[in-house]
Write a protein that binds this ligand. Structure first.
Ligand code: NAX
Length: 367
């Protein structure tokens, strides 16, 4: 009998995971080797102590952004006592929130430390427009912030980092940031227009009285500003072209201006800007970019670097919002070959013009 036991033990030693052989904790080893084989994703968020940060952190910690991947979150905000106290409180809440996927959370005030090894960056921190402030003054303040962030990313982050700029003017801030991180490919930078995309889908579904998932292929072109063009000419409801169910004049007038001014309407109602819906859109954007869209080939909107190959006659070197598809390996493809009617072409040019002016102003400030 004892010889059978001995034989069994030696078989077990041959075939069991190295954990057993080396005396490691078997359950932990099983989890690390098989259930959670990938390293945690390091996410750095600037402006984390603001209102979007507060809504966003639980979504990331809960796995809404990266599925069942573990995350390490580093928040960056200003070196001001009240902000630091706020960050301490938020960290305590995350510790108390029972988030098994949250491996670690820390806060920093120095971007050179906060971006060390980052795989993903979400840039919320920006200088807000104050009453009576000139566009040039606002741009100056933000250029200095995004120059600092770009430099810190260049010096410290993973070379494969994915960057999402949210702080306004988001598209041009993103362009400035990319300029100061020249070793990171331009295709790794993006600015948020997913909130506008989600708003557009939401309003079409409400108007038509259908489920959100029934609405497909809405597109946001251009800048995250009041010149953006929410385009429904390729969109469908339950597979039918939208303009078969909703009047073209509503789509071209009321709908376009409603989406363009939705942010201001929320500020009027709430006396604060969008936070919950912004956090949700940031989560959708990053999820789709890193993990892929829920439906293969689904069109979503992302502001990305225009390199002139998109085929929509958009100037090179802008962060312009295009329709994109995300296959799920951390890449995106601009959807090409969509027919553009005269109305759309004009709207796409108007928003391109604004982005072009913002870029020229930024370059003029940078000297
Ligand atoms: P808050 O004012 O609540 O928070 C901003 C935070 O950034 C503050 O905690 C502040 O201390 C911090 N901050 C400022 N300068 C910083 C710096 N240099 N380094 C690190 N932290 C810094 O703004 P919130 O409502 O959270 O919005 C954040 C940004 O998102 C704003 O610029 C806002 O305009 C922009 N938005 C962009 C949207 C988009 O779709 N692209 C939609 C939502 C939002 O309005």
């Amino acid at each position: 009998m004892s010889c059978f036991v001995g034989l069994y033990d030696s078989f077990r030693a041959c075939f069991n995971p190295r954990s057993i052989k080396s005396g490691r904790d078997v359950n932990k080893a099983y989890y690390m080797d098989f259930v959670q084989p990938q390293k945690p994703i390091k996410v750095t968020i600037t402006g984390v102590a603001g209102q979007i940060g507060y809504a966003l952190l639980p979504m990331i910690a809960n796995g809404d952004m990266f599925g069942n991947r573990e995350v390490i979150i580093t928040g960056i905000d200003l070196n001001i006592e009240a902000v630091k106290q706020n960050m301490k409180g938020i960290m305590m809440e995350l510790e108390d929130g029972y988030y098994p996927l949250l491996k670690a959370v820390k806060f920093e005030t120095d971007p050179e430390i906060g971006f060390k090894g980052a795989d993903v960056a979400i840039l919320l921190g920006a200088f807000p427009r104050k009453q009576g402030m000139e566009r040039k003054d606002l741009m100056e303040k933000n250029i200095s912030i995004f120059k600092t962030m770009g430099t810190a990313i260049e010096n410290n982050a993973s070379k494969d980092i994915k960057i999402l700029v949210v702080g306004n003017p988001a598209n041009t801030n993103c362009l400035v940031c990319s300029k100061y991180a020249p070793s990171i490919p331009k295709k790794n930078f993006s600015a948020l227009t997913r909130l506008d995309h989600n708003r557009a889908k939401g309003q079409i579904s409400l108007k038509a009285g259908v489920q959100l998932n029934d609405v497909k292929d809405v597109i946001i072109w251009g800048n995250h500003s009041s010149t953006q063009y929410p385009d429904t000419t390729h969109a469908t409801i339950q597979g039918k072209p939208v303009d078969q169910l909703i009047s073209k004049s509503w789509l071209q007038k009321d709908f376009v201006s409603m989406i363009q001014t939705r942010g201001a309407a929320i500020i009027n109602a709430r006396k604060a800007s969008s936070a919950l819906s912004a956090a949700r859109a940031i989560t959708n954007h990053m999820h789709d970019w890193v993990c892929g869209t829920a439906i293969k080939g689904e069109v979503v909107s992302m502001a990305v670097y225009s390199d002139g190959t998109e085929g929509y006659n958009i100037k090179e070197g802008l962060m312009y919002s295009f329709p994109v598809t995300c296959p799920g390996n951390g890449t995106f493809e601009v959807k090409k070959g969509l027919p553009i009617d005269g109305f759309s072409a004009q709207k796409m040019k108007e928003t391109e013009q604004e982005l072009s002016e913002e870029r020229d102003l930024a370059n003029q400030i940078l000297g």
